[in-house]
Design a protein around this ligand. Structure first.
Ligand SMILES: [Zn+2]
Ligand SMILES: [Zn+2]
Length: 103
């Protein structure tokens, strides 16, 4: 049972499965409106941008240069040239500050 948020009148269900307020003609979509969440991709993440989730990455003891927190996640990234060493990235799990380690 649904009610109109404006006039608190019980909404009528119409043939298209929507709910209509008989008083102010407020309408609300009814029925199945659930979004399907697709499973995670199976591809291995080797590049991360600022918005990428880091929950699955390994955590190590590392001092954050920014906030001083002592735990960070890390991942490796091979640069374009094969001559260059693999770059190691760290991200503070507290403030999300990301930095790299060339060593
Ligand atoms: Zn109404
Ligand atoms: Zn930090």
């Amino acid at each position: 049972m649904k009610f109109c948020p404006k006039c608190e009148v019980r909404l009528k269900q119409d043939s298209s499965n929507s709910f209509i307020c008989p008083k102010c003609s407020y309408s609300e979509k009814g029925g199945k409106d659930r979004k399907q969440v697709k499973g995670e991709s199976s591809s291995i993440i080797d590049v991360l941008d600022e918005n990428e989730k880091t929950e699955t990455l390994p955590v190590i003891k590392m001092d954050c240069e920014k906030c001083g927190h002592t735990e960070a996640v890390w991942w490796m990234l091979q640069t374009r040239s094969a001559d260059e060493p693999t770059t190691q990235f760290y991200r503070c799990i507290k403030c999300n500050y990301t930095w790299r380690n060339y060593a």
